[in-house]
Design a protein. Structure first.
Length: 392
């Protein structure tokens, strides 16, 4: 059967049950109550908020308490078939056909890839390298929370957004976080140097330790039940547990094998359309018009636009100013990064209570900002001044 012969009664299929996948499903159902809808999930398919994983310890949250709705409840809410524990094994875009790991074969009217991303793992040596944890989903969080029993210190590999958020969260368990990063400052990709220093000082005052300008090369067990990390500067560090928070790599293997264009993620235009007809990509796996933005606000913009497109009204995604809230209560932080290709400079003013950084172009136009401490109260006002990245 050719692609053109696939019935319009065939289902819309969403691969992925994370925030992106379920956001598209919900937005689609607001506009279309009847078209068959299938959501495929490689895990339990329950709904939870992934961003909550990096500050769940402070609220004494268990993995079970973070689960908001089961797969069955989501199926009922969405009038959809939600299939848990299955992944794509093959994708034939010419025939609009999916082969699943459970042996099932599905045809689709339209396919949405919301595959997410995998944690980047360092190639660590040592007999404890396999004990290094990462938290990328609810099951990961359950393992991490269990592993913290009796721990007094955790080495965190990565001083970016997730690493700093977990460091702050561990303080609520009375656990000393030791943050390592090859960069010379935390949040180096989001903050200007002065902002990084302001953040670091307040996290250190709260109990976070930083080891910067170094990388771990091996992790070995020690007799007291902890581990020892060998560092690139020749020193070593003992900790009870190790958490990797280096970053994420979009899941693109199945799309690449199917012949879809791949960049930093699955390449799409502003309609979220991939290089294959009737195939779309959203969320952490997608590179939308050259941008891979693994944050909540972009994926919500994507889901609303894509839902309209799937219902016959071609709608390019719009990216207004989208400030990112960094969940570090010891140092409240909001960042609205300038566009990747922007030309300009950071202007920073700080006091003991606040740090305000504005990224301005040569004409003095505000293109981005970073607000720390009490300066976060200016988020809405400054966001209104920042031009959109994508407009109608």
């Amino acid at each position: 059967m050719s692609s053109d012969a696939v019935s319009t009664a065939a289902p819309v299929v969403i691969v992925g049950s994370g925030l992106a996948g379920y956001a598209v499903a919900r937005e689609f159902r607001k506009l279309d109550k009847e078209t068959p809808l299938i959501v495929l999930s490689r895990d339990h398919a329950g709904f939870y908020s992934k961003p909550m994983l990096s500050n769940a310890l402070a609220g004494n949250k268990t993995a079970a308490s973070l689960l908001m709705k089961t797969a069955d409840k989501m199926a009922t809410e969405l009038n959809a078939s939600v299939r848990a524990g299955v992944s794509l094994q093959g994708l034939d875009t010419a025939e609009r056909r999916l082969t699943l790991t459970d042996g099932a074969v599905l045809n689709y009217r339209d396919l949405v890839l919301a595959l997410g991303a995998d944690p980047i793992r360092l190639p660590l040596a040592g007999d404890a390298a396999d004990t290094v944890l990462s938290v990328n989903d609810l099951d990961d969080y359950a393992r991490f929370a269990d592993a913290l029993e009796g721990a007094r210190s955790v080495a965190i590999l990565g001083g970016g957004l997730i690493g700093c958020e977990f460091a702050n969260d561990l303080l609520h368990r009375g656990i000393v976080p030791i943050v390592l990063d090859v960069a010379d400052r935390p949040l180096s990709r989001l903050l200007p140097a002065e902002g990084s220093a302001w953040l670091r000082a307040r996290l250190e005052a709260a109990g976070v330790t930083f080891r910067l300008g170094v990388a771990a090369s091996r992790v070995d067990r020690v007799e007291d039940g902890g581990v020892r990390l060998a560092l690139s500067d020749g020193s070593s560090l003992r900790a009870d547990r190790v958490l990797s928070a280096i970053g994420l790599r979009p899941r693109v293997a199945i799309a690449e094998a199917a012949g879809l264009a791949i960049g930093r993620g699955i390449t799409t235009d502003r309609l979220l359309a991939t290089s294959a007809p009737h195939v779309y990509a959203v969320g952490d796996c997608a590179e939308v018009a050259g941008l891979n933005l693994p944050y909540v606000m972009p994926l919500m913009q994507q889901s609303r636009a894509l839902a309209a497109t799937l219902c016959g009204q071609s709608t390019p995604v719009v990216y207004p100013a989208m400030p990112v809230l960094v969940k570090t209560p010891a140092c409240p932080t909001v960042v609205c990064p300038p566009p990747p290709e922007a030309t300009g400079e950071w202007n920073v003013a700080s006091t003991d209570e606040a740090c305000e950084a504005r990224y301005v172009d040569p004409d003095g136009r505000l293109l981005g900002f970073a607000l720390l401490g009490t300066a976060t109260s200016k988020r809405q006002a400054l966001a209104a001044e920042v031009p959109a990245w994508f407009t109608d």
